[in-house]
Design a protein around this ligand. Structure first.
Ligand code: UD1
Ligand code: UDP
Length: 402
């Protein structure tokens, strides 16, 4: 019996960060063939990650266009992945999270009847427009997937409530913690790497309080980002803060950030950072203001308070534990919460406790072990390849459904 062929598909920065540990864990094994297929939904921001983790893709559809719409990403990914799957003939396709790449890859695999494993499965807000389109992307990926790797028991509960067989769900922790701990405890443990970070950020005044900012969600494009930036402008005017905002390359985000914050003293609008310097800045921040999903998961492990500029979150664990607070995009609300964390040591200390609801850094190993319990011959069928392959019929109870 040949080794199973697992094709990992991803296309954006956060998927790459979170799939890198899975790719490395798969490649460390001698009993599986692993390929990486990038959609290229992101370009520069994707290469930043694949370079850091030493992931050479087997294919890259390179589909990104400036200011792309959801229909372009979906249709180009679906077309490109269909051809890629026909040629690569995966036994399994692994997708991650909730981007349009995730949804299209799950659908393309389904059309070829290739079983799908969904990493970071089961996150839900219950509102299909918040976050948009991610809530629908992950529901579609979940409906198609055969194996669901849920990061938390809460995410697993969401899936069982939707009728997914508990035997198809594995609670693994979130692979973002694997990536984060690798960076913090290995890459950044090197004194030369730390010295390089000190030099790179020598422009920051250590006497001032560092506020690290990211923002990109599509539902915040229609005014939300500008309102967040207005709060940052007021925070900069205090004079005791340094605001570092690596601005996402989405032109809408660039426009909003630059319109409100260009030239404001104490605000550093910079290019998206490589993961290593971003982690380094997170470890030094007094607080983080973000609408990012990944940052909400990372910051609690580092003990850094996070204000989330969204109205909903699919990551309730850190909110319940008190290290993440949902503040929406109202300028005054962001300002009020941020000032409390800057000025009140007790309020800051109450949020700054390090805790780990999202994982222990060993999620990727659990995912690979669970995946490889499955036998490819249970699933092989003619639709999964360009030319029909013969397959022994699967045991009746093993031909699993999502
Ligand atoms: C996408 C995902 C979102 C995820 C986010 C992570 C969808 C619909 N959205 O949103 O779920 O949270 O990535 O960052 O899947 N661009 C570049 N270079 C890059 C990356 C982006 O120039 O390396 C610009 C391009 O003009 C591109 C635009 O950003 O058209 C938007 O990229 P896209 O992936 O469609 O949306 P994001 O807002 O990045
Ligand atoms: N990140 C990064 N460089 C930056 C900003 C963020 O490497 O300049 C990392 C961050 O640590 C997290 C991931 O990118 O792991 C989050 O990506 P993003 O916010 O784009 O997407 P989301 O998580 O919201 O889907």
């Amino acid at each position: 019996m040949s080794d199973p062929h697992v094709v990992c598909v991803f296309g954006t920065r956060p998927e790459a960060i979170k799939m890198a540990p899975v790719v490395r864990a798969l490649r460390a094994r001698g009993d599986v063939r692993t390929s990486v297929c990038l959609t290229g939904q992101h370009r520069e921001m994707l290469t930043q990650v694949t370079d850091l983790f030493g992931i050479a893709p087997d294919r890259n559809l390179d589909l990104m266009r400036a200011a792309q719409g959801l229909t372009h990403v979906t249709s180009a990914a679906l077309e490109g992945l269909d051809t890629a799957f026909a040629e690569m003939r995966p036994d399994w396709v692994l997708v991650h999270g909730d981007t349009t790449t995730t949804m299209a890859a799950a659908l393309a695999a389904y059309y070829r009847q290739i079983p799908v494993g969904h990493v970071e499965a089961g996150l839900r807000t219950g509102d299909i427009y918040s976050p948009w389109p991610e809530e629908m992307n992950r529901r579609i990926a979940g409906a198609i997937s055969t194996l669901h790797f849920a990061p938390t028991t809460g995410a697993a509960d969401n899936l069982t409530r939707e009728g997914i067989d508990a035997g198809r769900i594995a609670v693994t922790g979130n692979t973002v913690i694997d990536a984060l701990l690798w960076c913090r405890d290995h890459a950044l443990a090197d004194p030369a790497a730390r010295a390089a970070m000190e030099r790179r950020f020598a422009f920051l005044d250590p006497a001032k309080k560092l506020i690290l900012v990211t923002g990109h969600r599509r539902e915040n494009h229609a005014g939300g980002l500008e309102k967040m930036c207005a709060a940052l402008r007021s925070l900069a005017a205090r004079g005791d803060t340094e605001i570092v905002y690596p601005v996402h390359l989405n032109p809408e985000v660039q426009r909003a950030a630059r319109t409100v914050l260009d030239g404001v003293a104490g605000v550093h609008l910079i290019e998206p950072l490589d993961y290593l310097p971003f982690v380094w800045l997170m470890t030094r921040a007094r607080l983080i203001v973000t609408d990012s999903g990944g940052v909400q998961e990372e910051a609690p492990s580092l003990g850094v308070p996070v204000l989330v500029t969204r109205d909903t979150t699919e990551r309730p664990e850190a909110v319940e534990a008190g290290t993440v607070r949902l503040v929406g995009t109202d300028t005054d609300a962001i300002l009020w919460e941020a000032e409390a964390l800057l000025d009140d040591e007790t309020a800051h200390a109450a949020m700054a406790r390090a805790h780990n609801p999202y994982g222990d850094g060993a999620a990727a190993g659990r995912i690979v072990s669970r995946l490889l319990q499955e036998k490819p011959e249970w699933y092989r069928n003619s639709a999964s390849s360009a030319s029909a392959i013969s397959a022994s019929p699967p045991p009746p109870s093993s031909r699993m459904r999502a």
